[in-house]
Design a protein around this ligand. Sequence first.
Ligand code: UD1
Ligand code: CA
Length: 427
Amino acid sequence: MLQIIILAAGKGTRMKSKSAKVIHTLCNKPMIEYIIEESLKLTNTIDIVLNHQFDKVKEIVSKYPVNIIKQDLQNFPGTGGAVKEVSLKGDKILVLNGDMPLITADELKKFLEVDADIVMSVMKLKNPDGYGRVVIKEGNVLKIVEQKDASEEELKIPYVNAGVYLFKKEVLEEFLPKLSNNNKQKEYYLTDIIEMAVKKGLKVKAIEVDEESFKGVNSKKDLAEAEKIMCRRIKDFWMQQGVIMHLPDTIYIDAYSNFEGECEIGNGCVIKKSTIIESEIRPLSVIEEAVIKNSGIGPMARIRPKSEIIETHIGNFVEVKASRLKGVKAGHLSYLGDSEIDEGTNIGAGTITCNYDGKNKYKTKIGKNVFVGSDTQLIAPVIIEDDVMIAAGSTVNKDIKKGSLAISRAPIKIIKNFYYKFFGRKE
Ligand code: UD1
Ligand code: CA
């Protein structure tokens, strides 16, 4: 039986963050969740070691069927200390660092295919900075030296430890108790087991992997680089499903968005936690927690949470929040918040739902085939029934009955030749 141990107790000092490292997100989803989801494809026996911001991280990981363990960082710090805390259940034990969000189940399967006492992973990097170096002689791994403990010669080694290991249970049982913290960081390094095992004549095999899947995230720069890779994977997936993307490098799609049917996404769009069905999202639009169906959005539109937009045209500089629009045209410069707008209705440029009085939010309801003239203010709560016309520039603070015209307008005053008097110029 395979057991997976995920190490996520560390402080993440190099991240320079108030949050625990493993809950930083890639494409809106915490790093640790990707690792758990991939691990669950291989086994149901997963232990996850936590400590730093224990409650906060626990809350995130406990939605998965994993066994949570708290590491005693005071007495047993380090990756070896973390593994010491776990009761060894599997005959084979795969140990993963919790800061490797790009790992995939397919890559992990490769470890299971190798016959050895320890299978570890090595990357050859142009810039090995931050990783432990792997000392290899005549094709055989001798040991792993942590960057902080490495000599100048060792720092030049381009081979690094990727941070995934498959151990036979007996190997951990034998060597975990023998780890010492006699090093620069005064930590129990899991990586020291390699040298011990080699010296004992055990079979240690290394497989070569690449950063595309094994990158460790230590700093915010690493986080940004990993997010780029993850976001590209997400976009590649959706393009394969038939979504058209213009300049995909400029598009951000989070891990929780879905597309159905043929959709087209313009450059510079941001799409989070949304479902887009048979719609076109034009350049530079931002869409969050919305459902958009058979519609055209943007360019430069903003659709905010709890919006449902069906068979609707939303043009530039229109902001929609917590609204349901069906069969509507809102072409220019509007704020539509807490509203429900029905088929055949046209929202003129500059229309604003005044949904907030400084204390509470109120709803605006607009029926079918309503013509809302430009620059209308709808003071909520307000109900506009079907077939209503609202004249441009009106302030609507009363419900309007079916078929009516509403017009609120101060009469215009025209003063002849005022210009010439004011500037003292001649006609
Ligand atoms: C570790 C490896 C290094 C490797 C690199 C790959 C060790 C000693 N070093 O270094 O050889 O090149 O990963 O990315 O293993 N953690 C705990 N408890 C602790 C300390 C760490 O659970 O007491 C967890 C962290 O939360 C993190 C993971 O272990 O998810 C790795 O810790 P980190 O400090 O990032 O190790 P590196 O210095 O990157
Ligand atoms: Ca790391």
